[in-house]
Design a protein around this ligand. Structure first.
Ligand code: NAP
Length: 489
C-alpha cells in the first residue's frame, strides 16, 4: 500500500507511530512487539521507516533516511529496534543522529523485578526508574588536545537543561504515584557543573511538595544501588553518571536483555530496548523480545493507552511467571524461540501475574521550561591562560611575572591539572607536564578587567610560552564563577 493511502486509511482514533525495525535481532523483536500489540488491539497505525546498517549501505553517513526523520517529526512517537554503530570512518551513530534531531533530553530506564527471572535480588521488590539527562554533559563530545600530552573534554551543564530533566523526574514520580526522587551528583568535587544540577534540583523540589526530594553523592548512590536497591523510587542524574548507573541498575533485574527505555523530547519520544543488535544471534529465532515489548508498554502509556499497556504488560509478566515457554537466554536448553514465546504472551492476554504488585500509571505530563536564567551583575576580574610549556613552573613563573609588568594584572599562581604548583609552598616537586594554567587577577582586587587588557595579556604571554586557551575569570552577582585550585587561598 502506498504511504499516502496508508495515511488516509488511518482510523481517527488510531495513533500514528513510526516503526524502525533496526539491525541484527531488531526486526525479530520488533515483529514480536507488533504482534502482541495487534493482538491486544492497540489502536496503532504503524509507519515503517529505515535507519541503521541498510541506510549506511546506501551511503547516507547519518544512518537515518530523511523520510524516517520526516515520519517521526509528523508522528512524534517511534518504536525502534537496535541500530548497529558502524566501526568505519565517516559514519555517525544513527542512534546519536536521532537523539540530536529530536533533542530527546530525557532517558527513562525503569528497573523492576520481573516474576520468574531469578537474580541475587529476587524477592526484594526492586522497582525504580533511572532518569538520565541525555543531551548535555561530557557527551556533547567537545574535546581538544590542549597540548600533545594533555587532552581536555568539556562538561557542559545548563540551568535550563537541568531544570527540564529534573522536572521530568518529578512529573514521572507524580504520574507513577512514587514517593521519592533522589538526585545523585558529584557536586562535592564538581562544584559548578554537578553543583548547578544539585542547585536546580533544590530549586525545583518545592514545586512538588508531596514528593520527598533527597540528594545523594553519586558514588554512594552506586553503593546503595547494590546494597539496598529497594530504597529507590526515581533517581535523576546528569548524562555520564546516568549512563553508568542505569546499566548497573539493569543488571539487578536480570540484565540488559530485560531493560526497556524511553527517550523523551519536547516534540518526539523514541522507545527502544536497551540492548544492541546482538548480531551473533540474529535471524535464529532465539532473541528475547521482553525488553522491546516492555518498551512498547512504555510507549502505550505515553500515548495515553493505559488499559492496553496494562494488558500487554500483564500478559508478558504472566508468561515470565509461568515459565512454561521462555526464550533460551532464560531457560537454556528447555527454552523456546522468539516466535513461540510471543505466541505464549498473546495466549496470556487477559491474564495477570499472580504475585506482582500493581502500580497505577497516569499519563506523564511533559514539563515546559521557559527561558534561560542569567545573573544580573557580571564582572570579569581576571583570566586563566593555558600554555604549552616544557619548562618547570619555577622557571616559567618569574618570566610570566616579568612579562605582565605594567598591566593592571598580576600572576596569582600557576597550576597543573587543577593543583597550584607556583609559587610552590609544599616543598614537593610537581609532576612534569606540558600543559600549565597561568591565573592572572586584577592588581587591585575586585577591579574589573577590560577585554583590551586580556588581549594585551595574551600578546605578552605568547612571548613567554605558546598559549592554547584562555578563560575569563568572572563574578556573577558578586560570586566567583570559577573554582579555586587545590592549594589556592
Ligand atoms: P548487544 O547487541 O546488546 O549484545 C550483547 C549480547 O547480549 C548478545 O551477544 C547476546 O548474548 C545478549 N543479548 C542482547 N540482547 C539480547 C536479546 N534480546 N535476547 C537474547 N540475548 C540478547 O551488545 P553489543 O554486541 O555490544 O552490540 C552489538 C551492536 O549493537 C553494536 O553495533 C552496537 O553499537 C549496537 N548497539 C545499539 C544499541 C541501540 O540501538 N540502542 C544499543 C547498544 C548497542 P549471547 O551472545 O550470549 O547470546
Amino acid at each position: 500500500m502506498s504511504q499516502k493511502k496508508a495515511k488516509s486509511s488511518k482510523k481517527t482514533s488510531e495513533h500514528r507511530v513510526t516503526l524502525i525495525p533496526g539491525d541484527g535481532i531488531g526486526p525479530e523483536v520488533v515483529a514480536a512487539a507488533q504482534a502482541v500489540l495487534a493482538a491486544a488491539e492497540a489502536p496503532i497505525c504503524w509507519e515503517t521507516r529505515l535507519a541503521g546498517a541498510a541506510v549506511f549501505k546506501k551511503g547516507v553517513a547519518s544512518g537515518v533516511l530523511p523520510e524516517t526523520v520526516e515520519s517521526i517529526r509528523e508522528t512524534g512517537v517511534a518504536l525502534k529496534g537496535p541500530l548497529e554503530t558502524p566501526v568505519g570512518f565517516g559514519e555517525k551513530s544513527a542512534n546519536v543522529t536521532l537523539r540530536k534531531y529530536f533533542e530527546t533530553y530525557g532517558n527513562l530506564r525503569p528497573v523492576r523485578e520481573l516474576p520468574g527471572i531469578r537474580t541475587p535480588y529476587s524477592g526484594r521488590g526492586i522497582d525504580f526508574v533511572v532518569v538520565r539527562e541525555n543531551v548535555e554533559d561530557l557527551y556533547a563530545g567537545i574535546e581538544h588536545m590542549q597540548t600533545p600530552g594533555t587532552a581536555q573534554a568539556l562538561k557542559l551543564i545548563s540551568h535550563r537543561g537541568s531544570e527540564k530533566i529534573i522536572r521530568l523526574a518529578f512529573e514521572l514520580a507524580r504520574a507513577e504515584g512514587r514517593k521519592t526522587v533522589h538526585c545523585a551528583t558529584k557536586a562535592n568535587i564538581l562544584k559548578l557543573t554537578e553543583g548547578l544540577f544539585k542547585r536546580v534540583f533544590e530549586e525545583v523540589a518545592p514545586d512538588y511538595p508531596e514528593i520527598r526530594a533527597e540528594h545523594m553523592i553519586v558514588d554512594n548512590c552506586a553503593h546503595q544501588m547494590v546494597m539496598r536497591p529497594e530504597q529507590f523510587d526515581v533517581i535523576v542524574m546528569t548524562n555520564m553518571n546516568g549512563d553508568i548507573l542505569s546499566d548497573l541498575a539493569s543488571a539487578l533485574i536480570g540484565g540488559l536483555g530485560f531493560a526497556p527505555s524511553a527517550n523523551i523530547g519536547d516534540t518526539a519520544a523514541i522507545f527502544e530496548a536497551v540492548h544492541g543488535s546482538a548480531p551473533q544471534i540474529a535471524g535464529k529465532d532465539v532473541a528475547n523480545p521482553t525488553a522491546l515489548i516492555s518498551s512498547a508498554v512504555l510507549m502505550l502509556r505515553h500515548l495515553g493507552e493505559m488499559a492496553r499497556a496494562d494488558a500487554v504488560e500483564n500478559a508478558l509478566l504472566a508468561t515470565l511467571e509461568d515459565g512454561k515457554a521462555l526464550t533460551t537466554d532464560i531457560a537454556g536448553h528447555a527454552g523456546v524461540g522468539t516466535k513461540a514465546f510471543t505466541k505464549e504472551i498473546i495466549k496470556n492476554l487477559g491474564r495477570a501475574p499472580k504475585s506482582y504488585p500493581r502500580r497505577d500509571y497516569q499519563r506523564l505530563r511533559l514539563p515546559r521550561v521557559d527561558g534561560a536564567r542569567g545573573a544580573t551583575a557580571h564582572r570579569v576580574i581576571g583570566a586563566d591562560v593555558i600554555v604549552e610549556c616544557a619548562e618547570s613552573p619555577a622557571a616559567l613563573g618569574p618570566r610570566a611575572e616579568a612579562a605582565v609588568r605594567g598591566l593592571p594584572l598580576r600572576l596569582a599562581q600557576i597550576s597543573s591539572r587543577g593543583a597550584k604548583v607556583y609559587p610552590n609552598e609544599t616543598g614537593v616537586e610537581p609532576e612534569p607536564t606540558d600543559c600549565l594554567r597561568l591565573r592572572f587577577k586584577a592588581v587591585r582586587a575586585g577591579d574589573a578587567v577590560a577585554d583590551a587588557t586580556i588581549l594585551e595579556l595574551l600578546t605578552r604571554v605568547a612571548g613567554v610560552a605558546p598559549w592554547v586557551h584562555v578563560e575569563k575569570l568572572s563574578e556573577f552577582d558578586g560570586k566567583p564563577a570559577f573554582t579555586k585550585d587545590q592549594g589556592e587561598e
